[in-house]
Structures are given as C-alpha cells and as structure tokens.
Design a protein around this ligand. Structure first.
Ligand code: DGL
Length: 276
C-alpha cells in the first residue's frame, strides 16, 4: 500500500501533538495520548520551573501558556493539548484567539461524567484554587450540574507536593488526608480529579475516601478528543514509524527523568528548556 492510500487513521496517528502542563501532572494525559495515538510524534513541556500554577493569577498562567505553546509550535506541533485544568481555565481562550489556525484541546474537571456515575447526587471536585475560581469552571457547573450537590475542594499544595516526584511522601499523604476529610464528611459517592497531577496519587485518594467512592479522571476522554482532531490533520510526515516522545522541563531535569521513568511506561528523550 502506498502512503497516499494509507487509511485515515494511519495518517492521523502520525500527526505531531504538543502537550504542556505546569509540571509533571500532564504526564497522566500524555500516557493516555500514547495509547490513543500509537504512531504520533508526542512533544511535552513540564513547566516545573514556574509551577505550581494553581495559586497564581490568570495573567501569569496565560503568559506561561503562551511561552510553552510557542515552543511546541516551533518544534512542529500541529495540535496542542493543554494538559492542565488550571491553564485551560485561564488561557485556552486566549491561545485559540492568538493561533486561529491551530487546534487546542483543553482539560476540564469531569463534572458531566461524574453526574452520570453518581447514585446519590453528591459529588466532590478536587482541583486547584485557580480552576475552581475561574469563569470557565463556573460556566461548566451552570451548564451541567443542575440538581447535583457539588462539594468543591481546593487542594492548595497538593500539586506542588506531587511535583517533587514522590507520590508516597508523608507530605502527599497528609494533604490527601486533609482534603478528602470534608468530602467523606459530605458523603459524596463520586469524586472528580480536577487537576492532572492527582491521578498519580489516585490510590491514596481512593484509600482515604473508601473503595465504594468512584474517582473520575478525564485523561482518556481528552486523548480520544485529540485523536478525533488528529484525523483531520495532514501528518507532517506520512505514516512514519512510532517516534520517541520528547519531553522538556523548565525545572530540574533529573526529577523529570525519574518521574517519567516511573509514571509513563514508555521511552522518552528528556531535556531542559531554557528561557528563549
Ligand atoms: N496540573 C495542573 C492542573 O491540572 C495544575 C497544578 C498546578 O500547577 O497548580 O490544574
């Protein structure tokens, strides 16, 4: 079969996808993208030198999102996945306006799937303060959460503690305990992981909440959406074999290397991204 006659999915999966997060949390989305786009070239920036975003104002997050997007586009990304709830809430609109020719996929707390799953209508949302305070989140709630009781839990410091690379540290466990206690109290039966760092400590959150509480992570839904959009892109190179993912960090390289080695489950090249 010639390249031009390759099935649509073959062309799509060879597209170059750029991904960014305030740090290593978006690797939970990158893992899902790797499963859904088996032949794509995946590029990822962890903005660990400027993390966390969750306690910053919108202007800061928009500015960092611009810098990272520009880097990914320079490296050949054809589609950008904003693998950060906080950056999506603050910046995805500005990014879309500034790059009308580029498709952006954002990440939002999974309120809709949580409502579908919940039996008692009581739902916890764990996220950063920035996400919960955003207009985008308010709109999400007003369009999808009628009738449900939402318990919003801002988790200051949790993403930062996970950034250190030890998901089992005493600090992580103490924060998980502190932030799940009010949700247990509220008798929620479903909890949305509204920050891409939290899936890496999902086992601790689950243990603290009890096995009967369901956790909602949207990484797979985001990866499916990216896969759909990728089918409309002309791949940079036709039907290339799987290429090694490339990861950059604005922070400490050895932390990224050890976290990626443990949490990704596939090979990736890593390097430092220096300020332009
Ligand atoms: N991982 C990010 C999110 O999904 C933000 C963590 C942070 O930098 O505060 O919201």
């Amino acid at each position: 079969m010639t390249n031009s006659a390759a099935p649509l999915d073959d062309r799509a999966s060879a597209a170059c996808v750029g991904v960014f997060d305030s740090g290593v949390g978006g690797l939970s989305v990158l893992r899902a993208l790797h499963r859904h786009l088996p032949r794509s070239r995946l590029l990822y920036v962890a903005d660990s030198g400027y993390a966390p975003y969750g306690e910053r104002d919108e202007r800061y997050v928009i500015e960092r999102s611009r810098v990272l997007t520009a880097h990914l586009l320079r490296e050949g990304a054809q589609l950008i996945v904003v693998a950060c709830n906080t950056a999506t809430a603050a910046a995805v609109r500005a990014l879309r306006e500034e790059h009308p020719g580029v498709q952006f996929v954002g990440v939002e707390p999974g309120i809709k799937p949580a409502i579908a799953l919940s039996r008692n209508g009581r739902i916890g949302v764990m996220a950063t303060r920035g996400t919960l305070a955003s207009d985008k989140f308010r709109q999400l709630v007003s369009s999808h959460a009628q009738g449900a009781q939402l318990h919003l839990q801002a988790c200051a410091g949790l993403a930062h503690a996970i950034e250190a690379g030890d998901a089992d540290s005493a600090e992580v466990l103490a924060l998980v305990d502190r932030y799940t206690a009010p949700l247990r109290e509220a008798d929620v039966d479903t909890v949305v992981l509204g920050c891409t760092h939290y899936p890496f400590v999902a086992q601790h959150i689950q243990k603290a909440l009890g096995a009967e509480v369901r956790l909602v992570d949207t990484a797979d839904a985001v990866a499916r959406r990216a896969q759909q959009l990728a089918t409309s892109l002309q791949a940079a190179t036709d039907a290339v074999p799987r290429q090694t993912a490339r990861l950059w960090t604005t922070g400490d390289l050895s932390t990224l290397q050890s976290v990626a080695g443990r949490w990704l489950g596939f090979e990736a090249e890593t390097q430092v991204l220096l300020p332009a």
